[in-house]
Structure formats: C-alpha cells, structure tokens
Write a protein that binds this ligand. Structure first.
Ligand code: SAM
Length: 461
C-alpha cells in the first residue's frame, strides 16, 4: 500500500469542503472543471509532505551562512554515522526570507514492505513522513517477539482504531517506510514506566528528509514556511511590547523575539498549562530572554480594571504595540495528513472561539498598532469570512499589505473585494500541484508547496 491518494474525511466534511472550494464566486471566476480539479488536487496533496523541509535559522545568534555551513557539517556527520542510505544533501537559503534554510524532501520512493510490522499513531506517522524517527510513545502495535535490532515495516493507523499493545492490525493504515527497532517489545509496552527515546530508527523512509531531532538546537528551529512568514508579516521592532495570544509551543513567539534582537517584551499566553513549559524551554534553548509566558485563557486577557498594572494577564486595554492571533483552528491545512476523523460540527466549532479571541486582540492593541491573524486551515469560515466579519465589526481596523507576500491572495467566496483579497495571503498547496508548477525552479516551488495557511494583517486606527 502506498500513500493515500486522497485524504480520508467524513463524507459530510468532504461535502462541506467541496461547497467551499466550488462556491459561486469561485465557479464564476474559474469555471466548474478548474474548481473541481483544484479541489481534488487539494485532497491529494494534503496526504503528502511539502517538497521541502523548512528550518528557521537563529540569525540573532549567527549569520545565515555560518548556520548553513554548520548545519551541512552536522547533517553529513549524522548521515555518515547512520546506516540509512545516503542521499545528496542540499541546503538552500530562501530567496526572499533572510532567516530560512530549505532542504529538499525526496519521495515518495519505492520501498519494499517487510513481514514484521510496527503500527504507530497518525501523528507519529505524519512526523515520520517529514523525516522523523519513530519515538517509542508513538508505537501502538509491534510483533509479539520484537527485539532491538529487528528490521520492521512501519504503518500509520489512520483512524486511531488500533489497540495499544496489539501484535498486529489490519484496519485502515498506511505504509511510511522501514526501520530498525531500537527497543524490545517488552520495553515499549512496559506497564511500570512510559517508554522514552527512539523506538524505531528509520532507515528506508518513504520520504527521505534529514531528522532534526537534537541537530544544532540553538541555531535551527523546524518550522513550516508560512509560519515563518507570519512572524515577518507582524514586523516586530526592538523595544516594542508584543502579545502572542495563542503561543504554544512557541515557534512564532521565539521568532518574534529573535526579530526584535531580544530587545523589548514578548508576552506569550496559552490556555493549556503544560504547554507553557514548552514555550519556556524553546526560549531558553534559543537564548531569548524577552519572552514572558503565562498560562491564561486569552478570551479573558483584557482587564476590567484599566488602572490595574501587573506583569501578567489580564492586561489593560491598548497595552501592546503588536498582537499575533495565531488562532486555534480546524488544522485542515496540515501536511501530511492522511485522515481526519472529525465531524462537521467539530470542524465548524472554531469560528466562534476565534471571534472571541479577536475581540480581545483588538481591545489589547494600541491605536496605530498591528494585528496579525493566522490559521493553518483551508476553510473560508475561519479565514476570509473572519476578515469580512472583523472589518464589519471593528471599523477601526484596516487591512494592510504584507511583507513578504509569497503565497496566493485570499480565496473568493466571503464577499471581499479584489483589493481586499490581494492584501490577504493564503498558502494554497493545491496550486503548486499543477504540472507546470511541478517543474518550477526549486526555491519557487518551496514557497508554494507548503502546508495550507492563511495570514491577514490589520492596522488599528
Ligand atoms: N502559535 C503557536 C506556534 O507557532 O508555535 C501555535 C499555536 S496553535 C495554532 C493554537 C494554540 O492556541 C494551542 O496551543 C492552544 O492550546 C491555544 N489556545 C486555544 N484556545 C486558547 C485560548 N482561549 N487562550 C489561549 N490559548 C488558546
């Protein structure tokens, strides 16, 4: 079995997405055949990883050239010491983004499946397709007598139906490559102690891309290209006070602090307590001291007592120069994603929460300040419709041009004008799956063949 041809969704969700991508405005602009073809390409490309791995370089600590050189050395050493088959190592700077390095992903390759099978959770399977090894907690099933050193085929359980500790699984699954077990089965499913470390070291992954675990942790940070773009679009400057409302695990928080040369203050909030540790760990690894992370529900981040001045939330209105609202969303732009078991109700549940967060964001922003709203999903309801609603609800907001603007413009269907759509940035991987685009020069393709993502930038008057 190779990779799924199309993402597996509940039929009601496929129908919903189809109605979004074949909405009246789109049909009038490009016609039924083209709209349908783009939609089918989207469903297909979501099951494949982007054709590049993107790392953000800590250019606040060293130059891009130095980091590129060190990364090359480190990855070559890693390749020499591993038994994985060798592939050529290419590291390219991004032509428009000064702190990004790109590494091509090779695949899908033809890999022969073996008799011994290990089954991993869908999240772990997606990480393997992006170059990771299998970490032991991700393993759900393994052969009964598996010993360290056994060569196994790894499968991803698409619907979360495999029972933990099973010895085989015949449900919906997809092959992600071959590897060598680093642990016996008994250590993986040990009742007393949760397993730690690599469970299966991938030697023949379906997609070849270097694993970044522990590679130059203070100099490179694995991050999707559109997420790096969002940090630049926010445009933080040294000395400013910035709010990152939904911050964990802190990828964008750390980028913002780095762009400010670690001068000023970046307040990072997240509603999930144990995720705050991740933000602090990342800040520490990247040597960033301007970050202050708090466990807090950002819908309540505006203080009702405007005279109150505390270091942490809630904050008085108009406390921040810039606000990033990287909103919790349905995540349908994530790649690779071979199956999503959510109901339509779950997919549609984010719009009201995003609006509550938006209300708080606008109140917390100073006049003359910048608000960036972003999601990693492809629906209109969480993207362009939110922009139309925000412009209607907050007359003080104006859409702003984005720099860099390497994605497509906003999608038709939410009643926004052509000028407004041009100011939005929607990363649409399906457009990079046209035959002409498949042969585009490498860095150009990297800008387009990304996860699905959306960015809007507003100025508060
Ligand atoms: N910005 C992050 C980054 O780049 O690493 C990713 C953020 S993720 C898209 C959304 C985050 O919002 C999750 O970590 C989730 O816990 C958090 N979240 C959800 N609801 C929230 C709320 N009401 N207040 C604060 N954080 C919230």
């Amino acid at each position: 079995m190779s990779l799924c041809p199309r993402i597996s969704l509940k039929p009601e969700v496929t129908e919903y997405l189809k109605s979004v991508f074949l909405n009246k405005e789109v049909l009038a602009a490009v016609g039924h055949q083209e709209a349908e073809s783009r939609f089918q390409k989207l469903l297909t490309c979501l099951t494949h990883p982007p054709s590049y791995t993107c790392v953000r370089a800590s250019t606040h600590l060293a130059s891009l050239d130095e980091i590129k050189h060190k990364l090359g050395e480190e990855l070559r050493n890693q390749m020499c010491s591993s038994s994985a088959e060798q592939v050529s190592l290419q590291i390219l700077p991004h032509p428009q983004i000064p702190d990004v390095l790109l590494l091509p992903v090779y695949g899908p390759r033809s890999v022969k499946q073996l008799v011994s099978e290990v089954v991993v959770g869908a999240q772990c399977g997606s990480a393997v397709l992006r170059g990771a090894h299998v970490f032991a907690p991700g393993i759900i099933a393994s052969p009964k007598y598996m010993k360290a050193g056994d060569v196994v085929s790894v499968f991803s359980d698409l619907e979360g139906k495999c029972t933990r500790g099973a010895t085989s699984f015949q449900g919906k699954r997809v092959f992600v490559g071959n590897g060598v077990a680093e642990m016996d089965r008994s250590s993986i499913f040990c009742k007393n102690e949760p397993p730690k470390g690599i469970g299966v070291r991938m030697v023949e992954p379906l997609y070849q891309s270097p694993p970044f675990d522990g590679v130059l942790p203070n100099l490179v940070f694995l991050q999707n290209l559109p997420s790096v773009v969002a940090g630049h679009v926010l445009g933080p400057r040294p000395g400013e006070r910035i709010l990152d409302m939904c911050a964990a695990p802190g990828g964008k928080t750390c980028h913002i602090a780095a762009l400010m040369g670690d001068q000023g203050e970046v307040v990072a909030l997240d509603r999930i307590r144990n995720k705050i540790d991740r933000i602090n760990q990342n800040a520490q690894i990247l040597n960033l001291r301007s970050i202050k992370a708090f466990h807090f529900n950002s819908t309540r981040a505006v203080s009702t007592d405007p005279t109150q001045k505390t270091e942490g939330p809630p904050f008085p209105p108009e406390s921040f120069d810039r606000v990033l609202l990287d909103a919790p969303c349905s995540g349908l732009g994530q790649r690779p994603n071979m199956a999503n078991t959510w109901s339509l109700k779950e997919i549609c549940s984010y719009q009201p929460l995003q609006r509550k967060l938006f209300h708080a964001a606008v109140r917390l922003l100073k006049r003359g300040g910048v608000l960036v709203y972003s999601t990693c999903t492809v629906t209109l309801a969480e993207n362009e419709e939110q922009v139309a609603w925000a412009l209607d609800t907050f007359p003080c907001l104006r859409l702003q041009p984005q720099e860099p603007h390497i994605g497509a413009e906003g999608m038709l269907g939410a009643g926004l004008s052509p000028e407004q759509l041009r100011l939005l940035q929607r990363f649409r991987p399906e457009l990079s799956w046209d035959e002409t685009e498949m042969t585009a020069p490498l860095p150009c393709r990297a800008s387009r063949d990304t996860i699905g993502f959306f960015i809007a930038k507003f100025l508060k008057n």
